[in-house]
Design a protein around this ligand. Sequence first.
Ligand code: GLN
Length: 276
Amino acid sequence: MNITQAIEKGRLCLSASDSPGSDSQYILCYVLDCTVTYLHTWPEKKLSEQQNIDYEALLLKRKIGVPVAHLIGQQSFWSLELDVNAKTLIPRPDTEILVAMALEKIQLGMVVADLGTGSGAIALALASEKKGVHFMAMDRSLGALKVAQANAKKCKITNITFWQGDWLSSIANNKLDMIVSNPPYIASNDPHLKRGDLRFEPSSALVSGQDGLKDIRLIVKQARLALKSKSWLLIEHGYEQASEVNILFQQAGFEQVQCAKDYGDNDRVTLGQQPL
Ligand code: GLN
């Protein structure tokens, strides 16, 4: 079987996936240890017997729903290629708007906390752009923190301190210059949890009580104490949660509360400023 035939085989095998063509190409690149450009440059190149076996085994796993990111152990986010496994959420392009909004407001010398860092995606993306800023990346899960720390090492990023915690409960009042977070925000009975990649991701990173807002409620409340005056809180949420999250920010006393859309044009990030 050559590269063209392998991609065709993948397309047929994964016809139930949303993206059979690109899934097949990513999996094949992983097996051949090559880039997508290589696949197009050498379409006639034959797979070895072992490569055939490995490719087919991965296609079968993908067919039963295992996320591509878990099969190849990687996901790109912002400008970074991150290692991922089943201990963390798979970074999504939706979250890049949170990074872009935070970058607009981050200034030299700040201390910025990323709550529920998972694979480290947000903190690493910000830290890669802002070398003169100190980041604190928190997660409750030690398994996730290990992944995040390994990613920092891989990306040679040194301006992040990692800590295990329960949101902001161990942070003293009036300490932080910015808080960013992509917390769990899915309602426990949401049918999406039984579909697609979500079935393979840790529910601790996805589910937040009956209405999906349990953790956001807590973070908004705690952030009012932890943030310095005039500092910003930015939280990612579900596309239908913007008005409820807006109310939570307003009730807590945040000012300039606004919502930003992701690149899919969905309401995705709410931000607010701590009063003077
Ligand atoms: N963005 C994810 C999804 O809906 C959920 C992530 C989260 O709960 N933080 O697929």
